[in-house]
Design a protein. Structure first.
Length: 86
């Protein structure tokens, strides 16, 4: 939020009479949102990797019924995908 708040005050807005001129503010916001979504995708991949490591460890220590019914569903992220995510 701080990054976009520093950029927007000095960025030119678009021309309301010219529909082709979306302006610098819109472009900066799109760039910022795209950057955030990229970070979220990377964090989700990292979370998935760590979750798989934890599940492997837990398989050796907990009975499978407890692991699959109680532990793994609690650790899962909500099922939502972002543009550009595989």
């Amino acid at each position: 939020i701080n990054a976009i708040n520093q950029i927007l005050p000095t960025t030119r807005a678009g021309d309301a009479d010219d529909f082709d001129d979306v302006g610098g503010k819109a472009l900066e916001i799109r760039r910022w949102i795209s950057s955030l979504l990229g970070k979220i995708v990377r964090y989700k991949a990292q979370h998935r990797h760590l979750l798989n490591e934890a599940a492997t460890t837990l398989q050796y220590t907990l009975p499978n019924d407890i692991l699959f019914k109680n532990v793994l569903p609690f650790l899962e992220l909500p099922p939502f995908t972002f543009e550009g995510e595989d």
